[in-house]
Design a protein. Sequence first.
Length: 251
Amino acid sequence: MISVHPSAPRPSPILGTGRDPEEDRVREAAHALVSVSGPVIPAQVPKVLRHSVRGQVLDALRAALVDGELVPGEIYSGPALGERFGVSATPVREAMQQLALEGAVECLPNRGFRVLTRTARSLAELAEVRALLEVPVMLRLARSVPAATWEGLRPAAHATAEAAAAGDLPAYGEADRAFHRAVLSLADNGQLVQVAEELHRRAQWPLPGAPRVRRAALVADAAEHAALLEALIARDLPVVESLVREHFAGA
């Protein structure tokens, strides 16, 4: 279910998380994507909160990409999505333009936005690039970061396990990126974190026609985070390298 929610970090994109009731009503209202040939949009939709509207819409569309609600090859109308979210087409177009920069969609003048189709090869290439980038950093950190610092990342690993157990794919995607971001931030290189984040986000977009990721697969993926922390604490470099490479390949 697609929803509009704040762009700040959050435990889960699912409805009813204990935040402002109006934001929950917004998320409840924005529950379906509409393509240019899709169903009629309800006339009455509560308005999206005006603060950070573009960020809320962008978060919702990113979650929809991960969850497979934005279908590869389909064309989506900015005005139609804007009406669905209860906002003008402008923040929707701005969000879609950001997704175009990220390689998720292409802009079609006077038509809307087409979700780009992925291939198995493109995912394999992303896994290879991520390994080339992150494995050396992980090994360097394993040699230098004290065990107490790695212990401090256990809550981040636990958050991925919770999202996986709930079977919430968008929430798991966020928690997964947050864990890797927390690890790489220890390298004190903002450019590294930014590039790795973009690659990671792209790696989470599903292949066209692929079955929805099963909860068991999410749970297994999350367990690798806990195993990686144990290897980092023990400074077991061969295990660290093996886990990271397998983690990327499995993703």
